[in-house]
Design a binder for this molecule. Structure first.
Ligand SMILES: Cc1cc2nc3c(=O)[nH]c(=O)nc-3n(C[C@H](O)[C@H](O)[C@H](O)COP(=O)(O)OP(=O)(O)OC[C@H]3O[C@@H](n4cnc5c(N)ncnc54)[C@H](O)[C@@H]3O)c2cc1C
Length: 385
């Protein structure tokens, strides 16, 4: 007989686990929950960073936090005092271990299998995984294949955030652990926006990432060459060990992602459009979404909460994406102006979609205005906004 659940998570990465975690901390605890994922999640496959002025549900596994961030470019450097925010990092492995033990202790079931099909019905959905089917009142789908994803609609912009990151250890104690570097633009731009990001974990250990926002990926050796060159030239390190490596492709697009995969199927995480189009940040947005889904289930018996940021943020994302897509050569100038002319708290509010209209206007007025006006006209023509 088909096994029945209240909720099935098709995909047990950040979004599937986050939602189940929020459920067990709410009056939904005790519901029958199944998480299906082919990956056992035993490796440190990613590092999540985010900023917040508030405590978050996963603060107990925050690996490091910084009260200041550096912004560095060819012409100037800034030390950004983040208060009341701080910048936090959670290691993938700590998140997987913490959520696995909390969820198992609360009776959540895990199945290591690949979901092949999800079928929608008026009052339930069925999931087929490795040939067996399971039934649930609601299915939350976060399956995502970053390599296969290709947007085609000419009205939208499709960039990718792609990077190579190394956790390195050096013999000398050279890193200042009180300051992380969010952007260092002193890497050859060659018409595409690129930067390096450094998170000092200890005086001798840091994560260094070479990051690019562009439509196309680079050849694998190019990431390595640029990263080693940066480490030698700007960190002054010639003798270091690479302890870990991570790479990724995160979609940066203004194409809306459908939330509903059916009446009883809700898309979450990257698949549900939770990645901020113009920054690639998703981690905290995913947890906020989980909280909103749980609230909605409790209040209205549906996970579709309809909570949306003000529409103007989609326009801002589209403008920035269009400029980075068509004029990657001015990306460094746009970001330098943003950070030079605005307090970092205003930029965080803008990226978190919580800033006031006046603050948003101040942010938009700080970047080179002519490319943005042209981008806005183009947007009006192509989308009739
Ligand atoms: C290396 C890396 C670093 C990142 N760093 C940051 C960061 O610093 N800050 C930030 O805000 N965001 C970051 N992101 C973006 C985003 O937060 C993450 O991608 C996040 O993991 C997205 O959550 P998700 O659940 O949508 O996807 P995932 O966490 O990737 O989970 C999707 C799950 O679906 C599973 N799956 C796929 N196919 C199937 C199938 N057929 N059946 C069942 N399961 C399936 C996968 O195995 C995976 O476990 C990063 C992303 C990557 C890849």
């Amino acid at each position: 007989m088909q096994q029945r659940f209240d909720y099935i998570m098709a995909g047990g990465g950040a979004a599937g686990r986050s939602l189940a975690y929020h459920m067990i901390a709410s009056p939904l605890a005790g519901a029958r929950i199944l998480i299906i994922d082919p990956e056992p999640k035993l490796s440190n496959d990613r590092t999540w960073c985010f900023w917040s002025p508030h405590p978050t549900p996963f603060d107990q596994i925050v690996y490091r936090r910084w009260p200041t961030l550096d912004f560095v470019c060819e012409d100037f450097s800034l030390q950004l005092d983040l208060a009341p925010y701080d910048y936090r990092v959670i290691r993938g492995i700590d998140f997987y271990e913490h959520t696995t033990s909390a969820l198992k202790a609360a009776g959540v079931e895990f199945l290591q299998a690949r979901v092949d099909q999800i079928e929608d019905h008026p009052d339930h959905a069925t999931v087929t995984a490795d040939g067996t089917s399971y039934r649930a009142n609601w299915v939350f789908d976060s399956r995502w294949d970053a390599v296969a994803y290709r947007g085609q609609d000419p009205r939208y912009h499709y960039l990718q955030q792609h990077f190579l990151g190394w956790v390195i250890r050096c013999n000398s104690a050279g890193f200042d652990t009180t300051r992380a570097t969010m952007f260092d633009l002193r890497t050859a731009q060659n018409g595409i926006f690129r930067f390096v990001y450094t998170l000092p974990f200890s005086p001798s250990e840091a994560m260094v990432e070479y990051t690019i926002f562009s439509a196309d990926l680079l050849a694998p050796p190019e990431y390595r060459a640029a990263l080693s060159q940066y480490i030698e030239t700007h960190l002054g390190l010639h003798d270091y060990q690479i302890l870990e490596e991570e790479s990724c492709i995160i979609p940066m697009t203004d194409q809306p992602f459908a939330r509903a995969g059916g009446k009883r199927i809700m898309r979450i995480g990257t698949r549900g459009g939770r990645v901020k189009a113009s920054s690639g940040y998703a981690f905290l947005r995913i947890h906020n979404d989980s909280a909103a889904i749980v609230r909605s289930l409790l209040q209205s018996a549906t996970p579709f909460h309809g909570r949306r940021p003000p529409a103007r943020y989609r326009t801002f994302d589209s403008l920035l994406l269009q400029i980075l897509y068509r004029h990657g050569e001015i990306g460094a100038r746009v970001f330098s102006d943003l950070f030079r002319k605005n307090p970092v708290q205003r930029i965080f509010g803008f990226l978190d979609e919580t800033g006031s209209i006046a603050e948003n206007i101040a942010v938009m007025a700080s970047v080179p205005w002519w490319p943005f006006i042209k981008a806005w006209i183009k947007l009006r023509v192509t989308r009739r906004v």
